[in-house]
Design a protein around this ligand. Structure first.
Ligand SMILES: [Zn+2]
Length: 140
């Protein structure tokens, strides 16, 4: 997963979470976080950054359109467990000429604005606060 893909994926999770919270399918960010295995501080943060206005839908009289929106948002959020479990390999070059096979790191909650998944494992700077620069040819 490239950094862009990680950010896009995380933005999709955020949108889906806010959709379900706004329509009060989940009453509290914590409930939603627990249901989909997301870090609670992340979902709280997403929610705090909205106007927190809700428009509760009547779950027994949903229009087909609402059903579809809710189902899609739930599916997006269910994708997190899978993304978490089947993270891409780190791929950093090792001194033995092989590539690192460890899974890329999951960022702590405060790093999720850069994407939930880092592009390296924790041994290879996946959790570094600074964006890892691509190696450039040395100039003098
Ligand atoms: Zn690695």
């Amino acid at each position: 997963m490239t950094p862009e893909e990680s950010r896009e994926f995380t933005a999709r999770l955020e949108n889906a979470a806010l959709t379900l919270l706004k329509s009060v399918i989940f009453r509290k960010p914590d409930d939603l976080a627990r249901r989909f295995g997301l870090p609670i501080p992340v979902v709280r943060y997403w929610w705090r950054n909205t106007d927190q206005k809700t428009k509760e839908v009547n779950q027994s009289t949903l229009s087909p359109r609402e059903v579809k929106t809710i189902r899609k948002a739930s599916q997006t959020l269910e994708g997190w467990e899978k993304a978490k479990r089947y993270r891409p390999e780190c791929g950093a070059n090792l001194t033995n000429g092989k590539r690192c096979k460890r899974s890329v790191a999951i960022r702590p909650p405060e790093g999720w604005d850069r994407g939930a998944l880092a592009d390296r494992c924790r041994m290879h700077g996946g959790l570094a606060r600074r964006i890892r620069k691509k190696k450039v040819a040395a100039e003098d």
